[in-house]
Design a protein around this ligand. Sequence first.
Ligand code: EPU
Length: 430
Amino acid sequence: MEKILVEGGTPLRGTVDVCGAKNAALPILCATILTEYPCLIRNVPDLRDVTSTIEILRELGMHCERQLDRAISIVEENPDAHTAPYEHVRKMRASICTLGPLLARRKKAKVSMPGGCVFGLRPIDLHLKGLAALGADIRINHGYLEAEAKELRGTTIYLGGPFGSSVLGTANVMMAATLAKGTTVIEAAACEPEIADLGVFLKSMGARIEGIGTPRLVIDGVSSLRGAEHSIIPDRIEAGTFLIAGAITRGDVVVRGARIEHLTAVTDVLKQAGLKISAENDAIRVCSNGGFHPVDVTTLPYPGFPTDLQAQMMAFLSLADGISVITEKIYPDRFMHVAELARTGAKIRKEGPSAIISGVQRLSGAPVMASDLRASACLLIAGLVAQGITTVYRIYHLDRGYERIEHRLSGLGARIRREPAGENESECLD
Ligand code: EPU
């Protein structure tokens, strides 16, 4: 177990490079199951979730090797393997993305059913509905999804759910449809850039897909896919996290490699709060003119404000000069960070799927417990400005989605370090 200690109060200054997008890399790595030929995936971030995905792929008979410069080569070794076991799936929900490719290429799949998570129920009914519509026979047996399909057949599938489209549901159904017989139309498909990146990779493998990046995907099935090379898009959530970190410290930060067109909703909120945002070549710069205005934020599917930056934005708005309201429309229970932020002096009241944030003048360093990946980032961000030392426990969550974040923040001037934590230190008692 490790912890991160941050001493707040230094404005961040300088340039930080953004890594490849975790949420594009995970489904793209799974998509390699669709071909017997070698694939080379570049710009893959060095994260715990990527390591977990590689472990699952090896379990599924894929030979994976990390190459220089964050590239991973993958080639099929044992096409008979089809089981993604609980030990791996429980570590990472994205492993559900092996279901579509396994069904399409190997005609059967046994994938442990992912459970809930700390921010609430996370059903997979839309994944199953889509795959069943393509002709898969799916049962739940002893905690496993057991699926079979002699032949997948294209059809029209509506993938909208009560909270909008499903990101990984779209990934699963799109991947399966590439090898289905005939044409599949996915209506209410997720438009997230990570899904578009998956579509681009599938096309480079020979898939026939139209409408990439739109809510209507039309996929003409082909009989086989070839190997391909692909470079993962920059991580907009990581970029947004650095922008918010620069903003809260009243600093001047350039996030190099970030695509501003993927972050319009986020830069819009920062501008409303009074930050100066500029696009410079392939970089985004944030700098502060002083105080922050309150802003109301609602999370929505892309291109709306991303739920994966909601916690970080909450830390920022807790220092605004007035009252902000954050409404969570994707995961109404994703507010575990509220109570921990309160330990640093933030004034936040939760009302249903909304949090009402009354800005305070200052935060004060405190020991805090991270509950999930983005909540950890939120607590680090608060620590960057809180007076004194903030100690963030359970930072293994951070390593799932941010590559060596403490080094990169210290490169911007933050006083931050990682230390071992005793087992008891991270214990959380009822
Ligand atoms: N939903 C359903 N039925 C389904 C699937 C989803 O009702 O079958 C609901 C969910 O409960 C939620 C909403 O639809 O209310 C959206 O969920 P979605 O399926 O889009 O989430 P996901 O694909 O499981 C991905 C990201 C998450 C991110 C969400 C939303 C990956 C690996 N994960 O999850 O990322 O929060 O989309 O944008 O791509 C993170 O990186 O920290 C993270 C949690």
